[in-house]
Design a protein around this ligand. Sequence first.
Ligand SMILES: [Zn+2]
Length: 308
Amino acid sequence: MKTPLLDIVRTRPLIGDGAMGTQLMLAGLEQGGCGEAWNLTHPDKVLGIQRRYAEAGSDCIITNTFGGSRIMLNRHGHAGDVAEVNKAAVAIAREAFGGKPGYVLGDVGPFGGLMEPYGDFTEAQVRDAFNEQARALVDGGADAIIIETMTSLEELQLAIEASKAAGAPCIIGSMAYDVTLDGSTFRTMMGIDPERAAAFMEEHGAHVVALNCGTGMEMERARDAVLRYRAVTSLPIMVQPNAGVPKLVNMKVVYDETPDHMGCGVVPLVEAGANIVGACCGSTPDHIREFRRLLDTHLATVAAGTRA
Ligand SMILES: [Zn+2]
């Protein structure tokens, strides 16, 4: 039997995967199209992307279900396909490992709106949407649920509770921080700092505290976030920075951090206390291959030092 994710992260650092959205665009998904529907209509394309991540050395692969809740799918006329889209996504990610051991993290992204009194959605609608999606991901056989790109604690809490109710074996809460205008610190769009987020996640039963995406949160800033998490929690920590800041070049969105450049931050992240290191928007299988190489080299050096 495979070692549960929560046990393995206590023994060695793991490598996550890279971007899905920007890879789907490269594979032909139109801007604004429903990438999650591709789990049903173009499973070969999704599998191709995730297989490249597995081959590059990912220990964990995140399902193509970022917008897989009923509220998000409804915008594309797919509200009736929640269970199918999410279950298919888990099966594709599992297949990407090609029989090798690996961890499938079921992705739950933001529902994409605001709750009352600030917006149009009731708490019950959002709760129902997360419950339905989490249930499908767990039924599909996901090893964990990763609640990603969160900015509000209220929304995070609903998704954590949904994951618990669905019986998720591991729950990862991942916040998106933005560097403040004066560059002095970072917090989510809703004003949450890493200490508060970590304490909240621990209190509400998440098993791994994480960060992903965000604005200006390159590897060095991500390391600051890991140190701030580590100062307040002993839970495992996962990090997925973007490959730099998106720039518009010839009407195409381009991310400028190369695998080399991003790779420089991998060992410092692990030394700061990160247990799973992957990457978010703009990253590619080449980034992950470099992360894998650098981490393995580092671990071999540490092991040699221990033996000497
Ligand atoms: Zn991102």
